[in-house]
Write a protein that binds this ligand. Structure first.
Ligand SMILES: Cc1cc2nc3c(=O)[nH]c(=O)nc-3n(C[C@H](O)[C@H](O)[C@H](O)COP(=O)(O)OP(=O)(O)OC[C@H]3O[C@@H](n4cnc5c(N)ncnc54)[C@H](O)[C@@H]3O)c2cc1C
Length: 414
């Protein structure tokens, strides 16, 4: 059997490993726009100059040189013939398979504001090519405006701070706090303070409304509105980090059923509406983080090779943040709903928040010392109640969930 995998990112590589393990006799053809395999989570290290392209490769073996594998790199697929399961780049039929995995990740969203979509000095940060363009433009830039204070925006800022300190960097964010997807406002503020200590300015609760230009295709200022009215940040470079959208535009008109939000409609087995064609990772639109992309790639590959495995890992999203040596980790819900119990513990170096819903942990944030996160992930994912244990939730451990059988053997008792 032959498998066609479009993409060479986290989901694709994990699918390839699974296929090789499950069906070593099958062949795999990979087609990717990228010429290199690299971790997008480490792009800031490329921007900072700490690592080159080879240094952010996340494959530490020569799996792509396996004899069953053909990798066609640097090729952008523009259409999929779903009946023939053949991928096209323009008129060229590039590759076919008996099964197909769409693992094309996502692309940065660029809002249609001012010249953001067309300016020569405005960049998203998703691909290594973006990081290369940012490094090049940052060399001559003195004032940099970053739109979006999520993980990607702050990654870009951090990379630039490390490689070329002394730039005037201003972050403009629509939400009232930075890192709103990853952390609560309190934990995010600790990072904001660290960035501010390093000279970065923040405008939170601020909406970008326009740009000003030099008439030669460069943005010279970003206009925004906050509670105080209209303001402007002068700049000679803009980085946009306001979100991503699954990279599935090339499937338009190919016959896939879509969800209301224009994502691919998929079964629990990560199969699209077209039998034999699967999707995993950011392209599948189920989550936007690395570990989930890997897991989905693995699961899709099991299903592609005939072992049914339903995707059931949708709820326990795990995020990590690490800037200036301050570590944070969040699992599950980060903001409580009405009726939830919220427990907070804080000292000079650590912040811990636990959200309990009817005695069941549904979310945790650990900042500073993040040990024990695997335990919380386990409780949250498996919806294990802890209210009947009769002890402080902070003292609960794996040991609380074991009893002894008559034989003296340990037994899991939840
Ligand atoms: C700056 C940044 C920082 C991040 N930090 C974190 C983090 O700290 N933690 C975390 O969990 N997640 C992080 N993420 C998100 C994480 O990188 C993604 O969730 C993950 O890369 C998704 O993997 P994927 O395989 O679905 O897609 P990708 O890694 O995006 O791979 C997509 C592949 O598809 C190829 N492709 C795309 N379109 C086509 C086409 N038309 N034809 C052929 N090939 C195509 C691309 O070339 C690429 O090889 C970060 C992302 C960015 C951009």
């Amino acid at each position: 059997m032959k498998h066609l995998i479009i993409g060479a990112g986290a989901a694709a590589i994990s699918a390839i490993r699974t296929i090789l393990k499950e069906k070593p006799g099958d062949s795999i053809v990979i087609v990717s726009q990228d010429e290199e395999v690299y971790s997008r989570c480490m792009l800031h290290k490329f921007i900072s100059g700490e690592r080159d392209a080879g240094g952010i490769n996340f494959i530490n073996d020569d799996i792509l040189n396996s004899p069953q594998i053909q990798w066609i790199k640097g090729k952008t697929i523009t259409r999929l013939d779903t009946a023939a399961k053949t991928a096209y780049a323009g008129e060229e039929a590039v590759a076919s398979g008996d099964t197909v995995l769409i693992a094309t990740g996502a692309n940065s969203v660029t809002p249609p504001i001012g010249e953001l979509r067309t300016a020569k000095n405005a960049f998203g940060l998703r691909h290594l090519s973006d990081a290369r363009a940012i490094v090049e433009c940052a060399k001559g830039a003195k004032k940099i405006a970053v739109i979006g204070a999520g993980l990607v925006g702050l990654d870009a800022v951090y990379g630039i701070l490390e490689s070329s300190p002394g730039k005037e960097i201003t972050v403009i964010e629509m939400a009232p706090a930075a890192l709103a997807i990853n952390l609560d406002a309190h934990a995010a503020e600790a990072y904001q303070r660290l960035f501010e200590k390093n000279g970065v300015k923040f405008h939170l609760a601020s909406k970008v409304v326009n740009t000003q230009g030099d008439g030669k295709g460069n943005i010279t200022a970003v206009d925004f509105e906050d509670a105080g009215g209209k303001k402007s940040v002068p700049c000679d470079m803009v980085i946009m980090a306001v979100g991503v959208r699954p990279a599935i535009a090339f499937l338009d008109g190919c016959g896939f059923e879509l969800t209301e939000r224009k994502g691919l409609k998929m079964s629990d087995y990560l199969e699209t509406s077209i039998p034999g064609i699967y999707a995993a990772g950011d392209a599948a639109g189920l989550s936007g983080i690395w570990p989930n992309a890997q897991k989905q790639g693995e699961m899709a590959a099991y299903n592609m090779t005939g072992t049914k495995w339903a995707y059931d890992d949708k709820f326990a999203i795990k995020n990590t943040v690490n800037f200036f040596g301050l570590l944070s980790l969040s699992v599950g819900a980060i903001n409580p709903q009405e009726g939830d119990e919220v427990l907070v513990r804080e000292d000079r170096n650590n912040y811990r928040k636990l959200i309990l819903r009817q005695g069941v942990p549904v979310g945790v944030i650990l900042q500073g010392e993040i040990g024990g996160s695997g335990f919380w992930l386990h409780l949250i994912k498996n919806r294990i109640p802890i209210d009947k244990l009769g002890k402080s939730p902070w003292k609960v451990s794996y040991a609380d969930f074991y009893g002894t059988e008559d034989t003296g053997e340990y037994k899991y008792v939840v």
